[in-house]
Design a binder for this molecule. Sequence first.
Ligand SMILES: Cc1cc2nc3c(=O)[nH]c(=O)nc-3n(C[C@H](O)[C@H](O)[C@H](O)COP(=O)(O)OP(=O)(O)OC[C@H]3O[C@@H](n4cnc5c(N)ncnc54)[C@H](O)[C@@H]3O)c2cc1C
Length: 402
Amino acid sequence: MNEVPKLDLYDVLVVGGGPAGATAAHELAKAGRSVMLLDRAGRTKPCGGAVPPQLLRDFDVPDSLMVAQIDTARIISPTWRTVDIPVGNGYVGMVDRDVFDEWLRTRAAQAGAERHVGTFTNFARGADGIPVISYTDGKSRAGEVRQVRARMVIGADGALSPVARQCIPNSHKAKHVFAYHEVVKSPVAGDEANFGAARCDVYYQAPLSPDFYAWVFPHGATTSIGTGTLQKGFGLKDAVAKLRQETGLDQVETIRKEGAPIPIKPLPQWDNGRDVVLAGDAAGVVAPASGEGIFYAMTGGRFAAEAVLAALVTGNAKALRHARRRFMRMHGPVFAVLDIMQTFWYRNDNRRERFVAICRDRDVQQLTFDGYMNKQLVKAKPLAHVRIFFKNLAHLTGLATA
Ligand SMILES: Cc1cc2nc3c(=O)[nH]c(=O)nc-3n(C[C@H](O)[C@H](O)[C@H](O)COP(=O)(O)OP(=O)(O)OC[C@H]3O[C@@H](n4cnc5c(N)ncnc54)[C@H](O)[C@@H]3O)c2cc1C
């Protein structure tokens, strides 16, 4: 235990100002708590930036933050068969993460959260047992060291979270997809590129990704072209170069190239039973198969904030467990289905071909999109489920051909 000099004391320190941390800080500040939002800033999060309409509804995010509105998802098989899946009612939104994340942080600050630019380095406790957090005052660990006290800490510092590694047992065992994308200038009308300004293209082809998928996501003036894989050593950059060549997108200007890990399994434990709880990528909550994480990060941020509020009000740290419990109760079934889907259908090109064939089915399209847009497994259509079950069976047993 350290003897602590007089330090500022907050109800809650939120480490990380991405969608999870900014949402948590906003919720806590709205509830009247003193909140410090610590973010190291300086780097735009590498991200495809696709968000479902449910996110806009749940988190009161304005349409004006969407730089593109997507009405079709095109999936492309190993033999270049394509299936266009109309989005139906509404649209899939595209956000630019520099603007989107800053908007969320500003909203949290307007609600009363105190923003600090700094890099979390260490979690310790004072003689009174209250957490003492050290951070460097700047964008790296090289800055001047500062300290602050907080009754509760939310670790929303992304994949490979330093807070999780210091405070939550076994968090270093998390599994990740390695993702890489290139942000390019979008082609203009008349260009030869295979591209749609309101269409997201998803490639299921082993040379582009042996176990995940590659994508072309339009963002208005720019476009994200990327891929991901669980396989260490797979040539992500070569795969993106190949995709750009094959789609004619090698002819457009490259703006930046960047990569980051995507967690693919929720951690078994999100809190330390006392005063720390995780949210977002730090907690491992990105949907398997799709890699969708922004909506789940914001939901996790909200649940972490509500769990912290309950723990502060009651003095019972067991309330922190509710963050994970609530999240898994609500989204665990969808994650389980997507996990099976990734494990089974993304295994080899033969299965990917069949998977794309299955997606031609209207029932499958509708269920998939209902699930994505509204974040629920649709229970209201039992007949569609039965039809899909038999169609799946036919494909699995080879009775149906791709
Ligand atoms: C290439 C790629 C494409 C993706 N595409 C999509 C997509 O299209 N749609 C989708 O929904 N999801 C997508 N994701 C996933 C999505 O980006 C993440 O799930 C989401 O950003 C998680 O939000 P978060 O707030 O938990 O973490 P992050 O967004 O990673 O935010 C963490 C924050 O913590 C800060 N931080 C980190 N370490 C420290 C520290 N030591 N001290 C202080 N601050 C710190 C960082 O500066 C950052 O602001 C993609 C991910 C990748 C890598």
